[in-house]
Design a protein around this ligand. Structure first.
Ligand SMILES: NC(=O)c1ccc[n+]([C@@H]2O[C@H](COP(=O)([O-])OP(=O)(O)OC[C@H]3O[C@@H](n4cnc5c(N)ncnc54)[C@H](OP(=O)(O)O)[C@@H]3O)[C@@H](O)[C@H]2O)c1
Length: 254
């Protein structure tokens, strides 16, 4: 649908789930893709093979923890070198976090979750923005936990609220410099991430039952939101959180 030939996109956590769905759409649209991951080399290699079969171009694979400045420095050294110092789109998608009731959350759980889910956007943007040279898009991937409450989600929800706030603050600093900073937020999507939720089955069942659209959001639905925000159609969209949830978040019981 969109032509991103010649565009360079860096997707954190791009080797599985929602990040991989974004990568596939970007590759189909002709973009050069770099994928970050943390540990799962097998999934990264499979993602690389998949993208190569789509576009004929092997993506760059960058292993590193987005919560660590030194890992981000290393990844950006490679990106600047391989891409001659330029980048068009940064998709800050990698996330993790401790899923526990608030009374069990420690300071370590809190900072670990915040660093991966919120600080990473700040650290990644600092390096990506100079490469965008006055024409770029940053999209952060958030969740409904930023604005709504779910069991075991206190730390992750708070980190996603911080992330969405950071999106708005980056937006006002960079809009006049040709950089659009936005977020996509989604309700539950059945990826591997959900296997870490103690209440996974109930969560998916309830989402489907209460959702006005009556079906779960899929990785492709979220990826479409990301791609739209990177397209020229969204040129005047700044500081926005694009909610993809089949209407779930606007529904009251009854
Ligand atoms: N699934 C949902 O229900 C849902 C709903 C709304 C929003 N989201 C958001 O969507 C995004 C993607 O979620 P997902 O469900 O697609 O996740 P996923 O399937 O678990 O994939 C996570 C990806 O992030 C990477 N990753 C994890 N921690 C990292 C770190 N510290 N540094 C670098 N890479 C890291 C993983 O690498 P390895 O393969 O090496 O582990 C993997 O590539 C997240 O921001 C999440 O909060 C998810």
């Amino acid at each position: 649908m969109f032509d991103f030939a010649g565009k360079k996109v860096f997707i954190t956590g791009g080797t599985r789930g929602i990040g991989l769905a974004v990568a596939i759409k970007m590759a189909r649209s002709g973009a050069d893709v770099a994928l970050n991951y943390l540990r799962n080399k097998k999934a990264a290699d499979e993602a690389a093979d998949k993208l190569k079969s789509i576009s004929g171009k092997a993506p760059l694979l960058l292993k590193g923890n987005v919560a660590k400045d030194e890992d981000i420095d290393e990844m950006f050294k490679i990106l600047r070198d391989k891409w001659n110092g330029s980048m068009n789109f940064l998709i800050s998608n990698a996330a993790s976090g401790v899923l526990k009731p608030s009374k069990e959350l420690t300071y370590h759980h809190w900072t670990w979750t915040m660093d991966i889910n919120a600080y990473a956007l700040l650290a990644l943007s600092r390096q990506a923005i100079p490469m965008m040279k006055g024409n770029g898009r940053i999209v952060a991937v958030s969740s409904l936990g930023a604005t709504h409450a779910f069991s075991n989600y206190a730390a992750v929800g708070a980190s996603k609220a911080a992330l969405e706030s950071l999106v708005r603050h980056l937006c006002i600093e960079y809009a006049e410099h040709g950089i659009n900073v936005n977020a996509v937020s989604a309700s539950a999507v059945d990826t591997e991430a959900l296997t870490h939720f103690p209440n996974r089955d109930a969560m998916l069942e309830e989402s489907k039952r209460y959702m006005p659209a009556k079906k779960l959001v899929e990785t492709e639905d979220v990826a479409d939101g990301v791609v739209i925000l990177c397209s020229d159609m969204a040129r005047m969209v700044h500081g926005h959180t694009f909610i993809i949830d089949g209407g779930l978040s606007v529904k009251l019981p009854g």
